[in-house]
Design a protein around this ligand. Structure first.
Ligand SMILES: NC(=O)c1ccc[n+]([C@@H]2O[C@H](COP(=O)([O-])OP(=O)(O)OC[C@H]3O[C@@H](n4cnc5c(N)ncnc54)[C@H](OP(=O)(O)O)[C@@H]3O)[C@@H](O)[C@H]2O)c1
Length: 312
């Protein structure tokens, strides 16, 4: 397993993260098997969120039940959860980054997960009503109480992070962003800058290079999905050219297209972690295999060009 660290003074983390958004419906023994399989393949980093599941807390509760059933399992894991997305009673979501809400949501997550701390706590998706002073206070209380060891954000822009960090004494160490072969805007935009092209529009404030500059660990979510988790692009006829290019590169390296989809992300020098959401142990193994594949410039651009991204 490759290990990465955006900030060399911090501990290096496994490049592959097991995402749990889709595990609801699995039995505890199957979840345990998925987690142990990840550990056997070199990664103990697990991502979840309060909002995953049919109802708020569904996935966290399943993880908690699994940890209770298999004593010692929780302690083998670097556990990351997210908060800040909440729901009306009728199920409509909204965002809430207020101090009281964040403290409450963390306690509820810990209760469900049956643990006294999270290794990482991320703010899930920006709340337009956020006050950075309140986030700072909440993070400091969480840190001092030992309930959270590390902090981060998700889907956040540079100015949002700057604003939070201006007040916050604890560092924002992580930013989890959607990123894949077919959703690579944050790395494509600088290539198209000054053009009238679709990709010339800066939609994220230059977040990729900002995170590199500030040594914030990027995590790429939904590495196999197109749109907003609309479906898988691998072997999808809508993505014929990309699949043909991936097939060619996969053959060259003697691996599957699934492995290549992860290797393409890992090849980027931002050293992102990749959050893989498969519920299948064999497929997760293929994801981890990407750590042993080093794509050449030619390989990487073959896929980039097939995805229709601009060059000049
Ligand atoms: N921060 C955020 O806003 C955010 C948003 C969404 C997700 N996430 C995190 O990112 C993780 C991954 O997200 P995701 O599950 O949407 O993305 P994903 O890893 O891109 O997709 C996984 C899904 O694709 C299916 N799949 C079908 N063919 C596949 C193939 N050849 N290779 C790999 N997967 C294939 C998997 O099915 P099988 O299970 O049958 O393999 C699974 O349902 C989540 O679990 C969550 O932790 C974060």
């Amino acid at each position: 397993m490759k290990r990465v660290s955006a900030n060399k003074s911090r501990e290096a983390l496994p490049s592959i993260i097991l995402g749990t958004m889709r595990i609801e419906g699995m039995k505890e023994a199957e979840v345990e098997n998925l987690l142990e399989n990840a550990i056997e393949n070199g990664t103990n980093f697990v991502d979840t969120a309060n909002c995953y599941g049919e109802k708020e807390g569904g996935v966290e509760s399943l993880l908690g039940k699994t940890f209770r059933k298999y004593p010692g399992l929780r302690d083998k894991i670097v556990l990351q959860s997210k908060g800040g997305i909440t729901f009306y009673p009728d199920g409509r979501p909204f965002h809430n980054y207020s101090k009281e809400h964040l403290l409450r949501t963390l306690d509820a997550s810990l209760e469900r997960l049956g643990t006294d701390h999270l290794d990482y706590f991320l703010l899930h998706r920006s709340d337009p009503l956020f006050r950075p002073e309140e986030i700072a206070e909440a993070f400091e209380i969480m840190k001092e109480s030992g309930k959270v060891l590390h902090f981060g954000v998700s889907n956040e822009v540079p100015t949002g992070i700057e604003l939070m960090q201006k007040y916050c004494s604890v560092p924002i160490e992580v930013n989890q962003m959607q990123f894949s072969i077919v959703h690579a805007d944050m790395c494509v935009q600088p290539v198209a800058t000054n053009n009238h092209d679709f990709y010339a529009v800066d939609r994220d404030g230059g977040i990729l290079n900002y995170c590199r500059l500030k040594e914030i660990q990027l995590q790429a979510w939904s590495p196999f999905q197109y749109g907003f988790i609309d479906g898988v692009f691998i072997d999808n006829p809508k993505y014929e050219k990309v699949n043909a290019a991936m097939e060619k590169v996969a053959e060259r390296h003697g691996v599957s297209k699934t492995t290549i989809a992860v290797a393409w992300i890992l090849r980027h020098p931002a050293d992102m972690q990749v959050v893989c959401g498969t519920t299948k142990t064999e497929r997760f193994k293929e994801c981890c295999k990407a750590c042993d594949v080093e794509l050449s410039y030619e390989d990487w651009y073959e896929i980039y060009l097939a995805a229709g991204y601009p060059i000049m």
